[in-house]
Design a protein around this ligand. Structure first.
Ligand code: NAP
Length: 295
């Protein structure tokens, strides 16, 4: 069997084309959607993510603001910045890039973001709305996975979806989204994690296996059912002396071993990766549309 590749680049381009039209529509009504990203400290990976978010905003013709705050920023200074962005009419959505330096309280910061401007969809209000099936925004990475399934024509209704990992950013919202009623959902969902007994016996039952644990090539061929669909959220940098950089990215799935056995699979890199920023942009555009509607 040769598996179909599910490529986030292709899916995200389709979504960006739709977003460009929505942005034009907003601009014709005098609204330029604005997204701000707050970066505290100098974590190199966060710097790269924040730069990419800014570049994508600009390429879509959105108003983009990047706020860089020093490593020694106090909780109060960060809370003041959040309050300022909550009140800024030119900013429709914003996020504070995580992880924060250890001395800062992430939960307090997330809780202070106005739910109407919560571009990451991490505020408990928006998490609750997603859970009850009435979302305003969706968390970017799981929303990206769901769009990959929908736009690749993979029927999820009645399928057994096994989600590996239970973080608040990937696993939990992914599971919550797949069990909702409607397109790209209606699945029977099982979640497994580091305390699950005989994890492979559960993953082998998956019609659709979604993996986000941060363990390079953890899912091997014997853990996957013949003909399953596999979505790999994992992004792990491993040493590779044959690579010009001396390292390369791999997923949580042993792609070379699993690919011949399955009907469709997302590679790493090139799979879920491009979807996260895309769905973040979608949340910012939605926030601007909501603000216009509320005028
Ligand atoms: P996380 O917060 O560290 O959570 C990891 C989850 O995996 C936890 O629920 C943990 O279980 C579970 N886990 C760890 N080892 C396991 C094992 N041996 N067996 C079963 N479950 C295990 O990580 P995350 O933020 O969810 O990210 C997961 C991966 O996705 C990472 O590689 C990350 O880089 C990637 N990611 C990619 C994107 C993207 O845009 N493509 C976005 C977000 C994350 P416990 O809860 O029991 O500890």
């Amino acid at each position: 069997m040769t598996a179909r590749l599910i490529l986030g680049k292709d899916v995200s381009e389709e979504i960006y084309a739709e977003l460009r039209q929505r942005i034009e529509n907003l601009k014709s009504k005098g609204v330029v959607p604005g997204l701000a990203v707050v970066l505290v400290g100098d974590d190199p990976a966060s710097q790269v993510y924040v730069r990419k978010k800014g570049e994508m905003c600009e390429s879509l013709g959105m108003h983009s603001v990047t706020i860089r705050m020093p490593q020694e920023t106090t909780q109060q200074e960060l809370m003041d910045k959040v309050a300022e962005l909550n009140a800024d009419p030119a900013i429709h959505g914003f996020l504070v890039q995580l992880p924060l330096p250890a001395h800062l309280d992430e939960e307090q910061v997330i809780n202070a973001i106005s739910p109407a401007k919560d571009a990451d969809c991490f505020h408990p209000w928006n998490v609750g709305r997603m859970l009850i099936g009435n979302p305003d925004f969706l968390p970017a990475t799981p929303a990206g996975v769901q769009q990959m399934l929908i736009r690749s024509g993979i029927d999820t209704a009645g399928k057994h979806v096994v989600v590996v990992g239970r973080s608040n950013i990937v696993g939990k919202p992914m599971a919550a989204m797949m069990l909702q009623k409607g397109i790209g959902a209606d699945s029977t969902v099982t979640v497994v994690h580091s305390r699950t007994r005989d994890l492979a016996s559960v993953t082998r039952q998956a019609d659709i296996l979604i993996v986000g644990i941060g363990k390079p090539r953890f899912i091997t061929a014997d853990m996957v059912k013949e003909g399953a669909v596999v979505i790999d959220v994992g992004t792990n940098r491993i040493d590779d002396p044959t690579h010009p950089k001396g390292s390369r990215l791999v997923g949580d799935v042993d792609f070379d071993a699993v690919e011949p056995k399955v009907s469709a699979i997302s590679p790493v890199p090139g799979g879920v990766g491009p979807m996260t920023i895309c769905m973040l942009m979608a949340n910012a555009v939605k926030a601007a549309e909501n603000a216009l509607e509320a005028e």
